[in-house]
Ligand binder design. Structure first.
Ligand SMILES: [Zn+2]
Length: 123
């Protein structure tokens, strides 16, 4: 079974796996993927996380994860690897605990300043 994330339409895998909803064109998720999705959604419902960044891809995700871990900022990445790129159109969405948002945004600003194009050529 695959289920559409947007409209909830269900597709029986026996008739061929449907990865994109015929009704609305959204990504469909397998039962396993749907469970992961629901867990993430439930976690987010219990804690207050705010989206601070759409990640560019796996490298961006790895770098920022390392920085936030070092600084003790609670964070989650929503989408990205677990679902491929379809959910967010990117490497995922970075969310941080609301009470650490200011600190996280400061770290992101430092990160952006450190990776502006041109730096690599000078190093
Ligand atoms: Zn749909």
């Amino acid at each position: 079974m695959h289920t559409c994330l947007s409209c909830g339409a269900e597709y029986d895998d026996a008739a061929g796996v449907v990865r994109r909803c015929a009704d609305c064109g959204s990504r469909t998720l397998s039962d396993d993927e749907l469970r992961v999705w629901e867990n993430i959604r439930d976690d987010l419902a219990h804690e207050t996380f705010v989206a601070v960044r759409v990640l560019d891809g796996p490298a961006d995700r790895a770098m920022l994860s390392a920085i936030l871990e070092d600084e003790g900022v609670p964070f989650v990445v929503h989408g990205g690897d677990a679902f491929g790129n379809a959910l967010s159109g990117s490497g995922g969405v970075l969310l941080v605990a609301e009470d650490a948002e200011t600190k996280a945004r400061g770290l992101l600003a430092q990160y952006d300043a450190a990776v502006v194009p041109g730096d690599f050529a000078e190093q």
